[in-house]
Design a protein around this ligand. Structure first.
Ligand SMILES: Cc1ncc(COP(=O)(O)O)c(C=O)c1O
Length: 397
């Protein structure tokens, strides 16, 4: 027997996993770590630290309550679920039973994954209005589904006739990220309600992702489709506390849906995570019940950073065009100075100008030719990044 031949054989990685790609956002962050000295318009993490009152309260609970280091019920602590149900009713007119229609999850990410696994069988299609949040693509593939891209309109609106045309018997869901990452778009109630009626008529589900619901740059208020009785069974809604309360590292969010869905979602959640981290559940409770001044403070800072980012882009109108963001803290900047693929442009910008951005092509069709810029960082960092881009563009010629 030849030992060497055994060494050269590999157990293959599953096709499902082979078919998915590492996130471009993290790839750029890794490249930046190797390059050194970079400033970031890349990752979607606002600069804020977790508010002191949340850290202090959780620290105190961890010292005084031995249960705070143990598993909770799979769906989350009942006092947190009751608090979430009250919040959803008050803020969004969504009525859900805290006993069996809310599952507290490991961030919005786990809520999305468990939902997608619950909704589709291998071979089913999920419509992704595109450019789309890149992780939806990988999550759909991971669940054996087929991402069906439907381009957004030129100003990043929903193309409802095109979505209707894309619907077929294999269509199980449409992802609705509103406000949108990566475009900063906000879909109007007229558009989302029409999509909701389509979901009922054509019998698919809308998975709403409301991670950025707290940050709109107009006085618009958005209707949450889950709150509408006529379409309730067709809506599964995902929420995150990551950005709103500067809790990205705590990994806490939830999914809300009719009991019929939730019973099934709970099976996936239990099989993957058992429950969300208990200290983080306490953090969520403190965040939701506590003083909301921290949210106002962060929101105001993001309003100023948006103005700064837009004015710096306006100063580079020869090189970039963009649709001003109406929500979240991202701009998809279309570059006018190169025909190269966005991955190449972003990599050059990182290596030569030391500015991190995310290649637009990683967000699906319609994203190519763009760079996603995040203005979650501090104003100094945004200014420094644009100064470097300006100098690089002059050299670029
Ligand atoms: C649109 C969108 N949904 C979900 C998430 C995941 O958030 P979480 O940190 O709650 O898992 C993000 C994070 O950037 C996001 O941008």
């Amino acid at each position: 027997m030849n030992d060497n031949s055994n060494y050269s054989r590999h157990v293959p990685v599953s096709r499902r996993v082979r078919d998915i790609s590492p996130s471009a956002t993290k790839e750029m962050a890794n490249l930046a770590a190797k390059t050194g000295g970079c400033v970031s318009l890349g990752q979607g993490v606002p600069s804020f630290a977790t508010p002191d009152h949340i850290v202090a309260a959780v620290t105190e609970i961890m010292h005084s309550d031995p249960a705070s280091g143990k598993y909770t019920l799979q769906s989350g602590m009942i006092q947190l679920r009751e608090c979430i149900a009250g919040y959803l009713l008050q803020e969004k007119n969504i009525s859900v039973n805290p006993e069996n229609e809310i599952c507290v999850t490991v961030g919005g990410m786990e809520a999305l994954l468990t939902t997608i696994f619950t909704v589709i069988d291998p071979g089913d299609e999920i419509i992704l209005p595109s450019p789309t949040y890149a992780s939806y693509i990988e999550q759909v593939l991971l669940a054996g589904g087929i991402p069906k891209f439907v381009p957004l309109t030129r100003d990043w609106g929903l193309d409802l006739p095109a979505i209707r045309q894309a619907v077929n018997p294999k269509t199980k869901a449409v992802m609705l990220c509103n406000p949108g990452n990566p475009t900063g778009t906000v879909f109007s109630d007229d558009q989302t309600m029409e999509l909701g009626r389509m979901a009922v008529d054509c019998n698919f589900v809308i998975i709403t992702d409301e991670a950025y619901d707290y940050i709109l740059y107009s006085n618009e208020t958005l209707t949450s489709l889950l709150g509408l009785k006529t379409m309730r069974e067709h809506i599964i809604s995902v929420f995150s506390l990551s950005k709103k309360y500067a809790l990205t590292g705590w990994r806490i969010g939830w999914v809300a849906a009719d009991q019929r869905w939730m019973e099934q979602i709970m099976k996936v959640h239990d099989a993957t995570t058992i429950c969300a981290p208990t200290p983080s559940q306490f953090a969520a409770l403190v965040a939701l019940e506590g003083d909301q001044e921290c949210v106002t403070h962060m929101r105001n800072a993001l309003v100023r950073r948006r103005t700064l980012c837009c004015s710096r882009l306006d100063g580079l109108s020869e090189y970039f065009s963009y649709v001003p963001p109406k929500g979240a803290f991202y701009v998809m900047a279309k570059y006018l100075f190169s025909d190269s693929p966005s991955r190449e442009v972003a990599t050059r910008l990182l290596q030569e100008a030391k500015v991190i951005t995310v290649p637009g092509g990683s967000f699906g069709p319609g994203g190519e030719g763009h760079l996603r810029l995040s203005f979650g960082g501090k104003s100094d960092e945004i200014n420094e990044a644009f100064d470097r881009i300006e100098r690089w563009l002059v050299r670029f010629g």
